[in-house]
Ligand binder design. Structure first.
Ligand SMILES: CC(=O)SCCNC(=O)CCNC(=O)[C@H](O)C(C)(C)COP(=O)(O)OP(=O)(O)OC[C@H]1O[C@@H](n2cnc3c(N)ncnc32)[C@H](O)[C@@H]1OP(=O)(O)O
Length: 167
């Protein structure tokens, strides 16, 4: 049986995370981030680790508002796809979201079948009221700009589906 475990990321995992996501960034599946941004976000990340210690998957939870967070940078190494790694990472991320008191999980993805099977539904409507929208637009975070669907980031999100899960 293939075994792996999921644990909080440490700074020692950051290079491996960047290497894991690089091909997906090149394919414009995931948003590219500078190394410094990964270090700054290290507490948001969980990693899946093979028995030999290699990082084979990652995923992050980015809090945006008191009830709302985004699942980010969920990625599994190609040789480990279809073995439940993504499923377990998402379970951990959802558990973290519960612990933080969040009620809604957003994601922007091409992997609609995977997220649908995990209780996410496509959304077209605005997910925040105008006052919260105004606050979120002050964020320097590119992912938040994508959540808000700001015109300057629209080229990044072409073909992605906006999905939401109520926890
Ligand atoms: C919010 C964002 O980050 S959006 C970006 C999402 N990521 C990407 O698009 C990057 C490219 N894609 C990937 O890296 C992967 O395809 C992911 C992360 C979407 C899914 O990762 P995987 O590890 O392959 O997912 P996982 O194995 O859990 O599920 C896929 C299928 O494998 C099968 N599977 C095999 N073994 C198992 C197991 N032990 N447990 C669960 N499912 C299993 C299931 O049939 C499952 O089917 P389902 O989708 O109907 O549940």
């Amino acid at each position: 049986m293939t075994s792996f475990r999921v644990r909080p990321a440490t700074t020692a995992d950051v290079w491996a995370i960047q290497i894991l996501v690089e091909p997906l960034v090149n394919e414009r599946i995931l948003l590219g981030k500078d190394l410094v941004v990964f270090y700054e976000a290290v507490q948001e990340f969980r990693v899946a680790v093979a028995p030999d210690g290699r990082v084979i998957g990652c995923g992050a939870l980015h809090v945006m508002w008191h009830d709302l967070a985004e699942v980010r940078t969920l990625a599994v190494a190609s040789e480990w796809l279809g073995k439940g790694v993504g499923h377990v990472l998402l379970e951990h991320i959802e558990r973290d979201a519960h612990t933080l008191g969040l009620q809604r999980l957003f994601c922007l993805t091409f992997e609609t079948a995977f997220f649908t099977r995990h209780g996410f539904e496509p959304v077209n409507e605005e997910l925040v009221d105008p006052a919260v929208f105004a606050q979120l637009s002050l964020s320097p975070d590119e992912g938040v700009a994508e959540f808000l669907d700001l015109s300057r980031v629209k080229p990044n999100t072409l073909g992605n589906t906006r999905m939401l899960k109520r926890l």
